[in-house]
Design a protein around this ligand. Structure first.
Ligand SMILES: C[S@@+](CC[C@H](N)C(=O)[O-])C[C@H]1O[C@@H](n2cnc3c(N)ncnc32)[C@H](O)[C@@H]1O
Length: 163
């Protein structure tokens, strides 16, 4: 597969999983957490998909398109290892949807990050919350969700907390 095809498949999987997650959280109260703002592409997509939802974005730096930078209250800056544990008190409510897009380009670093991020998300999740991620995360209590039609298993990951 060419690198172009690979990027297209990854982005298509991301979009399809976010659409499926948006359907599944209908009626689940709470904000959205975008863990990994990056250039703001999926943040922008989420605010289009769920315009009524509050979105908090996390990243160690702001490198997003100028139109895709959250206001100061909704941009939680710093290393995930510091900001995720503190987010519960900072945000004040549990999340209905988390999108964790944390791939770094270094497989070993990403694996260690995923090992931290999965458990760190657990206290932030409302009953019925859905987590969508580019990495397989260990989230105790969550049930894995099948990928939407057209998304190959293992390309993107979804799970849901019990209600
Ligand atoms: C794959 S990019 C996110 C792309 C984004 N979802 C988009 O659509 O534009 C991953 C982001 O995670 C951030 N990141 C990686 N490791 C981090 C860490 N330990 N703490 C905070 N941010 C981190 C990087 O700075 C990068 O912006």
């Amino acid at each position: 597969m060419s690198r172009l095809d690979s990027v297209i498949r990854r982005l298509t999987a991301q979009r399809d999983c976010l659409a499926e997650a948006a359907r599944r959280i209908a009626g689940v109260p709470g904000p959205i957490l975008e863990v990994g703002l990056g250039n703001g592409r999926t943040y922008d997509h989420l605010r289009t998909l769920l315009p009524e939802c509050e979105i908090f974005a996390f990243d160690r730096q702001i490198a997003a398109h100028p139109d895709c930078i959250p206001d100061a209250r909704h941009m939680i800056l710093g290393d995930f290892q510091d900001t995720l544990p503190a987010a519960r008190w900072q945000i004040g409510q549990k999340a209905a949807l988390v999108h964790a897009d944390i791939g770094t380009g270094d497989n070993a670093v990403t694996r260690r990050l995923a090992e931290f991020v999965g458990p760190a998300l657990v206290p932030l999740l409302a009953p019925g919350a859905v987590v969508v991620s580019d990495q397989e995360l260990s989230i105790v209590g969550a049930e894995p969700l099948a990928s939407p039609d057209g998304v190959a298993p293992g390309r993107y990951f979804m799970c849901r907390m019990p209600t």
